[in-house]
Design a protein around this ligand. Structure first.
Ligand code: ARG
Length: 490
């Protein structure tokens, strides 16, 4: 029997159960559902509906249920429609009539919204911590890369040489924005819907501020209809994860290219590469390809959620049950991808000679030649045309560019020197640029940014732990992996 059976003469058809029962996936919310119920029990005491003794029996039962979930021995009943009814049903088994008081003044509509916000708050902070761990790996590889350089590309054509460290940190900064987005989504979703009831609040003297405080929410809802129907936070979380996934996909694509024989810029460690079932010689970049492939799935989850929300009338509609699987999956996929990519980047071997040989092409200093002419008084557009002419002539007549440069009266030796290997990259001296001079400052800024983000995350995790009802908090972000050393070796 379902918990709402009273209204019905007949039970649910099997195919309806198959369509609507959500316990197979929403059991993921068990700890949050129990935390929400504990807070609600305390709220019922405050409202004079439960005595202290009744509350402590219910809280003991809820703690026992939490233990059953933790030990993996919670026994679902065939009538459990979702995690909320499963926990309540077990509470009634354990406490009899007292258990039947648990749902007073509450609906699954405010309950599920509460659970999902608790879950999202914890999970997004956890993902942000794993992003920081990947950023730490990129920082370490950047500081170890020393003066290694490679071609920087536009249109996937060689453009200007850049330091490998600079290139790696470019990904690091994109990830910094991902951390920022995740934290700010958490800040916005940190609102308790508990007390909104089915849609309109309650006639009982419930105190939504009090239960919000119990769960460590920053505030409570302002409007009960909005509280039970708002899934903006799910869409936002899915966007943050999709964009993060797009960043990881770009990194993956780059590793696929760089590890190919054609590029030959790197070799993957055995642990982070895969073989072929038929071709004995193959060493494949599947981790990088999966990082690239997951992005499609993540974008799909975001699109699906927005489409589900579009056109829903106020307030709760069962369509909203479709919010959980994409969110749970997106978090799990992004977390797994981040961890595997961190391992890949930590262990990949760079081939500096190949990178540098590719970057030292005769035209890599073309803009430096133009800028030399500019320094000598030629307007840039004319300088550009002059150098372009030399490049064209060199290609057409098969004459080394350096000879033409040497012979040119406005370029000569000074021009030829610019074509020496490794010269162009050190000439990128402006703030935020690709050469060694600005890199030192960039590394310092990156280290500071990581420190700030680590403490933002640590403070939020502490706040979750300090809530009166705090059953679940992510691990605090790991201690920095030697940022002081990193800062000084840039
Ligand atoms: N499993 C449901 C969901 O995820 C819980 C809320 C059910 N509410 C209802 N009125 N049927 O949305």
């Amino acid at each position: 029997m379902t918990l709402w059976q009273g209204r019905f003469a007949e039970g649910m058809a099997d195919e309806v159960a198959e369509l609507s029962v959500s316990v197979s996936f929403d059991k993921e919310l068990a700890v949050d559902d129990i935390a929400g119920s504990k807070a609600h029990v305390r709220g019922l005491v405050k409202a004079g509906i439960l005595t202290d003794e009744e509350a402590s029996s219910l809280i003991d039962a809820l703690a026992q249920i939490a233990g059953e979930f933790a030990a993996g021995v919670f026994a679902f009943a065939p009538t459990d429609e979702d995690i909320h009814t499963a926990v309540e049903r077990r509470c009634i088994e354990l406490c009899g009539d007292l258990g039947a008081k648990l749902h007073t003044g509450r609906s699954r509509n405010d309950q599920v919204a509460t659970d999902l916000r608790l879950w999202s708050r914890r999970s997004l902070l956890d993902v942000a911590g794993v992003v920081v761990a990947l950023q730490e790996v990129l920082l370490r590889r950047a500081t170890e890369a020393g003066d290694a350089y490679l071609p920087g590309y536009t249109h996937l054509q060689r453009a200007q040489p850049v330091l490998l460290a600079h290139h790696l940190l470019a990904h690091g900064w994109a990830l910094a924005r991902d951390v920022d987005r995740l934290v700010s989504t958490v800040e916005r979703l940190d609102v308790s819907p508990l007390g909104a009831g089915a849609l309109a609040g309650s006639s009982l003297p419930l105190d939504p501020d009090f239960v919000a405080e119990q769960l460590g929410f920053a505030s409570r809802f302002d409007n009960s209809l909005d509280a039970v129907s708002d899934r903006d936070f799910v869409a936002e979380a899915l966007f943050d994860l999709a964009l993060l996934g797009v960043h990881l996909s770009r990194m993956g694509e780059e590793i696929v290219l760089w590890s190919s024989e054609e590029w030959g810029f790197c070799t993957l460690a055995d642990q982070y590469a895969t073989g072929s079932s038929m071709l004995p010689q193959k060493k494949n970049p599947d981790v990088a390809e999966l990082a690239r492939g997951k992005a499609g799935r993540l974008v799909g989850h975001l699109t699906g959620m927005l489409t589900t929300l579009k056109g829903l009338p106020l307030a709760y509609n069962r369509d909203l049950q479709e919010d959980k699987e994409p969110l749970f999956d997106a978090v799990a996929q992004v977390r797994a991808t981040l961890r595997a990519l961190a391992g890949l980047y930590a262990t990949v071997e760079w081939h500096q000679e190949r990178m540098q040989a590719a970057a030292d092409g005769p035209t890599s200093a073309a803009v430096d030649l133009a800028e030399l002419l500019v320094a000598r008084g030629t307007p840039f557009r004319q300088a550009h045309a002059l150098v372009a002419g030399l490049v064209r002539e060199s290609t057409a007549r098969h004459v080394p560019l350096v000879e033409l440069v040497q012979a040119h009266p406005d370029l000569g030796d000074a021009g030829a020197q610019l074509l020496e290997p490794g010269v162009p990259v050190v000439r990128r001296t402006t703030p935020g640029g690709a050469g060694p001079v600005p890199l030192t400052e960039q590394v310092e800024r990156f280290v500071r940014r990581l420190d700030v983000d680590r403490s933002r995350l640590a403070i939020r995790v502490q706040t979750l732990r300090a809530a009166p009802v705090a059953d679940a908090a992510p691990a605090a972000p790991a201690a920095p992996a030697g940022p002081a050393g990193a800062a000084s070796s840039g």
